[in-house]
Design a protein around this ligand. Sequence first.
Ligand code: ATP
Length: 304
Amino acid sequence: MMISVENIEKKYGEVKALRGVSLDVKEGELFGLIGPDGAGKTSLIRILVTLLKPDAGSATVNQLDVVDDFRKLRKQLGYMPGRFSLYPDLSVEENMNFFATVFGTTIEENYDLVKDIYQQIEPFKERLAGRLSGGMKQKLALSCALIHAPKVLILDEPTTGVDAVSRKEFWEMLKRLQKMGITIFVSTPYMDEANLCDRVALIQDGNILTIDTPEKVTQSFAHKLWAIRSDNMYLCIHHLREHPEAESVFGFGEYLHVTWKNQEMQAEEMMNYLTGLGHTNVEVKETEPGIEDVFMDLMQKHDS
Ligand SMILES: Nc1ncnc2c1ncn2[C@@H]1O[C@H](COP(=O)(O)OP(=O)(O)OP(=O)(O)O)[C@@H](O)[C@H]1O
C-alpha cells in the first residue's frame, strides 16, 4: 500500500473532525476523498502530509509513519494545500526555484515531470504569482508540488473555486501524472469528479461512508430512482415530501430526485398525485443514480 490509514481520530476541542477513519491507497492509484465542507478532508490530509498529529490511530505513506518518520516522509511527498502556498510577491520562476531549493533540487533536474504543466505557464515566468489567474496559479502550485519528483502527490481541494474548463484540464494533468507512476490522493467537494478517480472514499462528519470504485458506489444504490419536475418546484418538493409513500425527495439541478417506500409505485400515480394538487407541466421519469444520490442515501442511513 502506498497510503495506509488506520482508525485515525482528530478532535479540535469538542469538535470531532475525524471519528476513526481507515483507508488504503494502492501504489499508482488515483484516489478521491469526496465530501462536503467540514467533512474532515483537510484534517485527514494535513495528518497525511505530517502537518497535524492525530489524537489516535496511525497512518503510513510509502511505509513511513506520518508521526515518527515525518522528516523522511516530507521529502517523498508532494502536497498542494487548498489555499495555494505560493509566494505572491515572487515571480513564477522564483516560486519554482524556491520550492526546488527547499528540497535540494533544481528545476532542470526534474524538468521532465513538470514540463507538461510548467510549459503552459512558462511564457509568464516573469510575472508575480499574485497576479496570475486562478487557473495559472493552480498550475504553478502543482508544478511547485512536483518539483522534487515525489512518489505520492496529495492535493487538498485543488479545483475548488476554479472554472469548469480549468477543472477539466487539471484532471487531465492528474491523469498524465498518474501514468508517469505517481500515486495521487485528492480531496474534492465536487461529486462529478468522483468518476475521474480509480476509487473514492465518501466522507461525512468525520466518518467514511463507503470506499469503492465510482461504478460500484453508484451500483450500490438499491432503490428505483425517479426524476420529477413541475412548474412550481418549491411546492413540488413540499407536496412530494407530504406523500405517505415518499422516502426521499431532493433537488438535483432542474429535477427532483425521488425514491418511494413502495418500489412498485408507477409514474402515472405520481403524475396524478401532482396534477391533482394543481401542478402544471408535470414530468416524471425513471433515472440512473449518481454519486450524489448514493451520498444522500448513505448520509440518511448514518444519521438515523
Ligand atoms: N483548527 C481548528 N479548530 C477548530 N475546529 C476546526 C479546526 N480545523 C477544522 N475544524 C473543524 O473540524 C471539522 C472538519 O474540518 P476540515 O477542515 O477537516 O473539513 P473539510 O472537509 O476539509 O472542510 P473544508 O472544505 O471546509 O476545509 C469542521 O467542523 C471544522 O470546522
